[in-house]
Design a protein around this ligand. Structure first.
Ligand SMILES: [Zn+2]
Ligand SMILES: [Zn+2]
Length: 177
C-alpha cells in the first residue's frame, strides 16, 4: 500500500508511522510523489544518529571541506611561504588575501602553460634562489608546471626564455593592476 494518499495529500512516515501533510517530508527526486518516505523530523534524527555513529568520518569530511575552502587554503599557503622565506632570509610580505586574489584573478588558468584546472601558487624566482616572498614574484600555475619547474626560475622554465617570461609577467601584472 502506498504511503501517500493523493486525495488527502497526506503521507504516512515509514519510520514513525504518523500521517502527515506531504510538506512535512523532504523533497526526494526519485520518489513517485517527489518526497522522502520518512518525515522531515525522522530524516533529521537519522542524520544526527548517523553523525554520532560516524564521528571520525564526519571529522574527516569537515577537515577536507575546510582544507579546500579558499580562505583556509590561502591562509595555509601564506603561512607556509612566510616560513620558507624567513628560512631563506628573503623579504616576506605576502598576505592570505594576496594569495586569494591571485588565484581568483587567474580564473583557473595556469600562468605557464595555459591549462585550465586546479592552481597552486609559485614563486617565479624561488626564495632559495634569492627571490622574495612578494606579490610581484608570485604567479598561479597548475600542479604539473609547479612540480616540473622545481627550483628553476620562471625565465629558465618557460619555453622561449627571458623574452616570453617578460611578456607573461608584464601581461599578468598589467591585468591584475
Ligand atoms: Zn516520521
Ligand atoms: Zn601549467
Amino acid at each position: 500500500m502506498p504511503l501517500f494518499n493523493p486525495s488527502t495529500r497526506e503521507k504516512r512516515c515509514c519510520l514513525c508511522g504518523d500521517l502527515k501533510p506531504l510538506e512535512a517530508f523532504y523533497r526526494h527526486r526519485s520518489r513517485k510523489d517527489g518526497r522522502a518516505n520518512a518525515c522531515s523530523v525522522c530524516s533529521t534524527a537519522l542524520v544526527y544518529q548517523w553523525r554520532a555513529r560516524n564521528r571520525a568520518l564526519v571529522y574527516l569530511q569537515r577537515q577536507r571541506y575546510r582544507r579546500n575552502s579558499p580562505k583556509y587554503r590561502s591562509q595555509n599557503i601564506a603561512q607556509n611561504f612566510s616560513e620558507r622565506a624567513r628560512a631563506a632570509g628573503a623579504v616576506s610580505e605576502v598576505r592570505p588575501k594576496d594569495i586569494r586574489l591571485l588565484i581568483e584573478s587567474a580564473k583557473g588558468t595556469c600562468f605557464y602553460c595555459g591549462a585550465v584546472g586546479e592552481l597552486e601558487i609559485d614563486h617565479m624566482v624561488p626564495t632559495i634562489r634569492g627571490g622574495d616572498n612578494v606579490v610581484s614574484n608570485l604567479c598561479a600555475c597548475c600542479v604539473k608546471c609547479n612540480r616540473s619547474k622545481g627550483c628553476l626560475t620562471a625565465a629558465e622554465f618557460v619555453n622561449g626564455g627571458v623574452r616570453r617570461y617578460r611578456a607573461l609577467v608584464y601581461g599578468q601584472h598589467a591585468s591584475v593592476g
